[in-house]
Design a protein around this ligand. Structure first.
Ligand SMILES: [Zn+2]
Length: 210
């Protein structure tokens, strides 16, 4: 398959879900939803909620093409992460990874001695080559140790975010809530959580040699 060049910064590939400092942080003017049954944005638009109605963080504006700034590798664009997790797009190139009867590929930080089955993950899948290879070469956490897993049944599990009170203040540290959780109307979600089922640990070198 012919794939366009991935964007780079100082020689390093910039993942599709990584925001750039050149895009300003978008305002998130919280108000009570109609009927006081949750939170909403005062200027809410169609892109501000997930398909099941959860309020999604806005992150940063897309920088203009050729605009300045640097990639913020320690941050994730909420809209792009949600879009990639929802449609199972590659977190590096933003495209659909090549299909395989053995499932899509995920990279989990840490050595292979922990079971991946039923793991809850915040990262979308990756194409084996070149995206997973680039991720291992460039990401310090993955370079220290990682487990490559083929996943036959990735399932949308829920969202990570911060719960808010009725006076619109953050209610504490980020939490992960499943889709059926009654507190979801009060969550300002920043990441979709995926449950990995039907997992098989694989050797990334062998995967990319196929
Ligand atoms: Zn990819």
């Amino acid at each position: 398959m012919n794939r366009p060049e991935l964007p780079r910064f100082q020689g390093r590939v910039v993942p599709w879900i990584t925001p750039w400092s050149g895009g300003p942080t978008l305002p998130e003017p919280l108000v009570l939803a109609p009927g006081g049954r949750g939170i909403a944005y005062a200027d809410e638009g169609v892109r501000d909620r997930t398909y099941d109605g959860v309020l999604l963080g806005r992150g940063r504006a897309r920088r203009a093409p050729g605009g300045g700034g640097r990639p913020l590798y320690d941050q994730v664009d909420p809209r792009r992460q949600h879009h990639a997790a929802d449609l199972l797009l590659c977190q590096i190139c933003g495209r659909r990874p090549p299909p395989s009867p053995r499932g899509l590929l995920w990279l989990l930080p840490g050595a292979a001695d922990h079971p991946a089955e039923d793991a809850l993950v915040l990262g979308p899948p990756l194409c084996p080559d070149p995206c997973a290879l680039l991720a291992v070469a460039q990401c310090p956490a993955l370079a220290r140790g990682h487990t490559a897993v083929r996943v036959r049944y990735p399932r949308a599990w829920g969202y990570r975010g911060v719960l808010h009170t009725t006076d619109l203040r953050p209610a504490g540290e980020p939490v992960q809530l499943p889709h059926e959780d009654p507190r979801l109307p009060w969550l300002l979600a920043d990441l979709a959580v995926t449950r990995l089922m039907g997992c098989a640990v694989v050797d990334l070198a062998a995967e990319t040699a196929r």
